[in-house]
Design a protein around this ligand. Structure first.
Ligand SMILES: Cc1ncc(COP(=O)(O)O)c(C=O)c1O
Length: 423
């Protein structure tokens, strides 16, 4: 029997026309002749951010100077935190923005280790992002004089939940996992694991960097006790945008900030000689907030709230399924392997593919017209990030057409293996 020909183009155009989020694309700046599939690394620039920054720099900083702290800046961090708290469905007294994800992980892991409420060990797994492992290792050495325990899975791209649970049984403690794995896009069953950890005297710190803004996450409903994450990916907060820390109110009462800076003081502007922590999550603040970065982040966050996270997730699933099907049908026969789970409920919003020539293929994508920008992760992965606020179904089809051409003609052989710092 002849295989059924799928008319991918009509499908893509039809879905773009029916897309309830289509108008959000106009709210971002788009470089000409470019298809951007790297919103999983750095989101696009929303319209209005440059104007807001201009106002902050020229008027508030340039003209009003220090008076702007009272008039504009002092409440900014709380206002932005409140919006993120709304997105993650926690109370604003449990979530704070600021610092980097790395610093936030250090603070919460160190603080929890010092409570002695959990068995004395930090644990992570082989799917976690390097900075998380480095930070946990440093704390483990300093606090427990022992290495971090690592759960290694046979499969390098998805978690073996039985292995993870049996590690929690045998090695209860403070765990840190990335809700969506940076390499494969694998998404953990967060509620199931939180419950499992809680019933085994353990707690999981979730790194939401690759999940926030694309997964519909209710931190309360999932019984999450602590989470960190960055905002420069799907929240479109800009390069180096402030990270966040969420701590459940009950746990918050039991921890102390290991970087007890003056902004975490109950009354920072009394300049008291004794440190007295604030009572809410404000006690995890450190120093002066980065005002320009907070201004840039606010717009991206508002766009996500306006679009609605359930609609964003719905579109992300449709698009990643479309892309998955296209890769299977048209690129697998040309030597591409798919490294993301086939089940949409076990995926974030990027599809990872691999090929021994992944770097040169990435270069060929970037150099064509339109220029296609995914990202490359050593040694053989190309991540195709879907940002539902601005990615179109038809963009995904163009990317597949181009990849099919590059692979079938071996166009990538024209490029050198030389790499810049950031790939
Ligand atoms: C899962 C994860 N955690 C942490 C980071 C790094 O965080 P930061 O640079 O804000 O410390 C990244 C960066 O991409 C990441 O993907």
């Amino acid at each position: 029997m002849k295989p059924l020909m799928i008319d991918w183009k009509s499908k893509a155009l039809e879905w773009d026309l029916e897309d309830p989020l289509a108008s959000f694309r106009e709210r971002f700046i788009h470089p000409p002749e470019t298809i951007y599939l790297d919103g999983n690394s750095l989101g696009k620039l929303p319209h209005g951010v440059a104007r807001d920054l201009e106002e902050t720099i020229q008027k508030q900083w340039g003209q009003k100077l220090i008076r702007s702290w009272n008039d504009h800046w002092f409440g900014l961090s709380n206002r932005v935190s409140k919006k993120l708290a709304e997105l993650l469905r926690v109370t604003p007294t449990e979530l704070i923005v600021g610092e980097s994800t790395s610093v936030r992980l250090f603070q919460i892991a160190q603080a929890l280790a010092h409570t002695k409420c959990f068995p004395s060990r930090l644990v992570t797994d082989s799917l976690n992002f390097p900075t998380d492992s480095y930070i946990l290792d440093a704390i483990s050495k300093q606090t427990y004089d022992a290495p971090t325990v690592r759960v290694n899975y046979k499969d390098t791209l998805r978690a073996d939940l039985n292995a993870l649970k049996s590690k929690i049984d045998s090695h209860p403690g403070i765990y840190c996992l990335s809700l969506v794995s940076y390499q494969s896009g694998y998404a953990y069953p967060i509620k199931q694991l939180n419950r499992y950890a809680a019933s085994n005297n353990s707690l999981i710190i979730w790194d939401l960097s690759h999940a926030v803004g694309v997964l519909d996450i209710d931190l309360k409903e999932t019984e999450t006790k602590a989470a960190i994450g960055c905002t420069y990916k799907y929240l479109n907060g800009g390069p180096g945008a402030p990270a966040f820390l969420y701590v459940d109110a009950h746990i918050l009462k039991q921890i102390e900030n290991p970087i007890a800076g003056w902004f975490g003081h109950a009354r920072p502007f009394n300049f008291e000689s004794e440190y007295q922590p604030a009572s809410t999550i404000q006690k995890m603040a450190v120093g002066t907030p980065s005002i320009l970065s907070l201004v840039a982040l606010e717009k991206g966050l508002e766009l996500t709230l306006e679009a609605g996270i359930s609609k964003i997730r719905h579109k992300s699933v449709l698009q990643s399924t479309f892309l998955y099907e296209l890769v299977t049908a048209r690129l697998e026969p040309l030597g591409i392997a798919i490294e993301s789970p086939p089940e949409s409920d076990q995926r974030g919003s990027h599809i990872s593919i691999s090929h021994p020539e992944a770097w040169r293929i990435t270069k060929a994508l970037q150099k064509g017209t339109p220029s296609i920008i995914p990202d490359f992760r050593p040694d053989r992965f190309i991540r195709l990030g879907i940002a539902p606020l601005y990615t179109r179904f038809s963009d995904l089809l163009i990317v597949i057409d181009r990849l099919e051409y590059i692979l079938s003609t071996k166009e990538y052989l024209q490029f050198t293996l030389e790499k810049p710092h950031v790939t």
